[in-house]
Design a protein around this ligand. Structure first.
Ligand SMILES: *Cc1c(COP(=O)(O)O)cnc(C)c1O
Length: 385
């Protein structure tokens, strides 16, 4: 028997269901993306501040970075010979920005989320997680030996009930509450101030908040929802990624120095993987310092996001979003795919999102705005919705 038959049958099934995933080759410039020579406004990008496509910034960085400092590999884990000064510099920059708390870097947001939770959560730990957290955190929870209970999406009353129920249970020495600040599919957000208020009522609780979609975008200096809602010092494990608004690659954790030391001694993706190239660290440091000053870009993004949310609602769609990620929830998958294709033909690159990524009957167009999009662009788009 041919060993490949099983896999090719599975692929055929996915194709029949309209769920086959494939890479598409694309070219990008400024706020546009072209696929098979068809040029479209890019409304599917995570480059929320438009920095990844900014040639001027790239030139400035390379002008400031002599060739001798352009290390393209660290050749080792940070615990062996890979701990270049660029790592410590970026951690220092982060630590300064986040009120002097400790900072620790990871190769990607995925490494971060599959590494921290298994390192911290043992069988005496209970994890309470929002129903809609990112796959990387779910994988992290699965790799840990903790007991795991989900609370209804963004339902902090439900979370409180679960905390009351489990807090007195002597089987658990620690409870870690895991959530995102801005959620990637609905573009809605957790009430972080309320979350912190609840946490303070329970002595065993630590908060783990992923700001992947908020870092760079929210807060006076772009330090995320934690900055915006003034709870930066109250979130025990504040994580985020550099691959979205920060136009780079990697993940970070802001925490107590003891947690940082503990993770250096226990977190497997940190210990057993070659650290990112030092040049990436230098670039992230350069971008991060720039981002602190991009207040106008953040305000523009906020403004066009609110306008789009209102326009989508005015067209009669449900719109849970309070952010720059704006879903247009259509329901049926085939309709959603057809609508996305029509919008792409009209010059707007918008992706359809279907189950299992989102719940059944909630297929949607996922519009992701960047600071480079203009109100005129959006006016043209909303006419077509
Ligand atoms: C994108 C994302 C990640 C993964 O980060 P990478 O750096 O791309 O691996 C983790 N968490 C959330 C919430 C994300 O949206």
């Amino acid at each position: 028997m041919n060993l490949l038959n099983y896999f090719s049958d599975q692929l055929d099934q996915l194709k029949q269901q309209g769920n086959l995933r494939q890479f598409t080759s694309s070219h990008q410039h400024d706020r546009y993306i072209s696929i098979h020579d068809h040029n479209m406004l890019n409304l599917a990008s995570n480059d929320y501040l438009g920095l990844a496509s900014n040639l001027h910034l790239r030139e400035q960085f390379f002008d400031e970075t002599p060739n001798a400092q352009r290390w393209m590999s660290s050749s080792s884990s940070r615990l062996l010979t890979g701990n270049f000064p660029e790592y410590e510099q970026l951690e220092l920059t982060l630590s300064d920005a986040f009120h002097g708390r400790a900072a620790l870097l990871f190769n990607s947001g995925y490494h971060m989320n599959i590494g921290i939770l298994p390192a911290l959560a043992d069988s005496k730990t209970l994890i309470l997680a929002d129903k809609l957290i990112h796959a990387s955190m779910i994988d992290g929870i699965r790799l840990s030996s903790a007991k795991y209970v989900r609370y209804r999406h963004n339902d902090l009353a439900h979370l409180s009930q679960l905390l009351c129920k489990y807090h007195e249970d002597e089987a658990f020495e620690r409870i870690i509450v895991v959530t995102e600040s801005i959620f990637s599919m609905d573009g809605d957000e957790t009430d972080l101030a309320e979350l912190v208020r609840i946490k303070k009522q329970f002595s065993k609780v630590m908060l783990y908040v992923d700001e992947a979609h908020a870092i760079g975008v929210r807060g006076e200096r772009g330090l995320g929802c934690a900055e915006q809602y003034q709870v930066m010092d109250d979130i025990d494990l504040l994580v985020g990624t550099f691959g979205k608004a920060l136009a780079s690659i990697g993940g970070y954790l802001i925490c107590h120095a003891i947690i940082r030391d503990y993770l250096i001694n226990s977190m497997r993706p940190l210990i057993f993987s070659t650290a990112q190239p030092p040049i990436c660290m230098a670039w992230t440091d350069f971008i991060f310092k720039n981002v602190l000053n991009l207040k106008e870009e953040r305000q523009h993004l906020q403004q066009i996001s609110q306008n789009l949310q209102q326009a989508v609602q005015a067209k009669g769609f449900d719109c849970p979003s309070t952010s720059h990620i704006v879903p247009v929830i259509i329901g049926e998958s085939n309709k959603t795919v057809a609508k996305a294709q029509a919008l792409q033909a009209a010059g707007f690159y918008i992706m359809p999102v279907r189950p299992p990524t989102v719940p059944q009957h909630s297929s949607r167009l996922r519009i992701s705005l960047t600071a480079q999009i203009t109100q005129t662009d959006l006016d043209q788009l909303t006419q077509l919705l």
